[in-house]
Design a protein around this ligand. Structure first.
Ligand SMILES: *Cc1c(COP(=O)(O)O)cnc(C)c1O
Length: 444
């Protein structure tokens, strides 16, 4: 019997949809060329690139998601593997920013409403906002002359709700990580390292980000290495890694059996989407290959400038807990008086020295806690009033712009010189000459 057009295909009839065009990625040649447009490439070269792309056959388009069949090995995975080798830690997860890494870390640690997390008074705001984004309460502690958390003040601020400490390695130099580790252990707290500003730096030969329960890194445009926007979360704890993956990709693409049942209680919960793209992974991997040579260049330039600066009464260099481990991105020194500091900075700028202060009462800057109005003013995104409403009013930590006077004093007397890895010896000499010239004029 011949099949009729109305017979169901399942019963041997003809298919209603015999074939469809092969689906291709929405991203193709035009998008790749638009990327190339970001750089000033001559029309001639651009045409050559177009010819090369077209010669490869009509591009079906790259899949930029690490999880959806990228050609060959995922580039994000390659970057994670490369970073894992550099750090010597067990697990590395690529994410879309350090802010995301911090939130995923805190969530993976089980931190939420009613918890407190200690953060430094001097750090980029994201270290503190990530705590509030998890509905936990940031408690602000002083920094010391290394510009990292002051362990003694942290200990004073530990209370019954404290669950974790976020140690930030500011401006390339390690915080006092051994003491902070000891403190966390003693009080049974988690230690999260924010290494956004010190990627590749180390303390006593061990890379920063591998001391705490988890390390968070940034690859945004302004950091040591970059993939435009991006970050890494690093840990030795498999369960923490599993939970961080769960938070970073609620679509569960990361799971061996994507929609499989929970393998262990606590593996599945409602997360977000912080996935790193293949484009970011590709750039991150190449950047990681250059990390040590970038650090070498920073350190060499910084040491050369520092060695050429004369001795001046009342000038002290930023305290370093490990000079070998400093990334060398900033040369920071303190004067003894805030007003003189402001004048010295203006004079240095006039000399052409690439520098600035770390705190000026008249300049708003979200690296200094006194400007964190979102936190000091207990702002909430929704009428539920979280994170503040989770704690009885009389037990809430008190905030005020002058609550960390030591931090403001140190920052107000700081001069930071920005090092560029491309500085030549004559550049370094000229900068040191400028610093010596200004300091001799103002300090004698
Ligand atoms: C830049 C920075 C962050 C945030 O990094 P993103 O990748 O931009 O989210 C967090 N902490 C510190 C100390 C930073 O400097």
């Amino acid at each position: 019997m011949r099949a009729k057009a109305t017979d169901l295909a399942i019963d041997g009839g003809p298919k209603a949809v015999p074939s469809l065009e092969r689906r291709t990625s929405k991203i193709g040649t035009e998008e790749l060329l638009a990327l190339i447009d970001l750089w000033e490439i001559s029309p001639d070269r651009k045409e050559k690139i177009r010819q090369i792309i077209l010669a490869e056959g009509e591009i079906t388009g790259p899949h930029l998601s690490r999880y959806y069949h990228p050609k060959g090995k995922s580039r994000v995975k390659a970057a994670e593997d490369a970073f894992q080798k550099i750090l010597g830690s067990k697990y590395v997860l690529g994410v879309n920013s350090c802010t995301s890494a911090l939130i995923a870390a805190l969530r993976a640690l089980g931190i939420g409403a009613g918890d407190e997390v200690i953060v430094p008074a001097y750090t980029f705001f994201a270290s503190a906002s990530s705590v509030a984004a998890c509905n936990a309460i940031p408690v602000i502690a002083e920094v010391d002359e290394s510009l990292g958390l002051d362990a003694a003040d942290v200990e004073k601020k530990i209370g019954k709700r404290t669950r974790a400490i976020i140690a930030v390695h500011m401006r390339g130099d390690p915080a006092r990580i051994d003491m902070l580790c000891g403190l966390a252990k003693k009080h049974k707290l988690f230690l999260v390292e924010d290494v956004a500003q010190a990627c590749g730096g180390s303390y006593k030969g061990r890379r920063l980000g591998t001391f705490g329960d988890v390390g968070c890194f940034s690859l945004d445009f302004a950091k040591t290495i970059s993939c435009f926007e991006g970050g890494f979360l690093v840990t030795d704890d498999e369960w923490l890694y599993t939970r961080a993956q769960s938070w970073h990709d609620t679509a569960a693409c990361w799971r061996p059996d994507r929609y499989g049942k929970e393998r262990r209680e606590g593996e599945l919960f409602c997360g977000e989407n912080y996935r790193m793209t293949e484009l970011q992974g590709t750039v991150a991997e190449v950047q990681l290959g250059k990390l040590d040579s970038i650090l070498r260049a920073y350190r060499q330039a910084k040491r050369k400038i520092q060695a050429d600066i004369g001795e001046f009464e009342g000038v002290t260099f930023r305290k370093s807990w490990d000079e070998e481990g400093d990334t060398g991105e900033y040369l920071i020194f303190f004067l003894s008086d805030g007003e003189v500091t402001a004048k010295v900075i203006e004079a240095l700028k006039a000399e052409g020295v690439p520098c600035g202060g770390l705190y000026d009462k008249n300049v708003r800057d979200w690296h200094v806690y006194s400007y964190w109005e979102h936190i000091l003013g207990r702002k909430a995104v929704a009428p539920d009033g979280l994170p503040w409403s989770a704690v009885p009013e009389d037990e809430l930590t008190n905030y005020s712009p002058d609550m960390c006077p030591r931090t403001l004093d140190i920052l107000g007397r700081s001069v930071h010189v920005e090092i560029d890895p491309h500085f030549t010896d004559p550049d370094c000499e000229a900068i040191a000459t400028g610093i010596n010239k200004v300091l001799s004029a103002y300090l004698s």
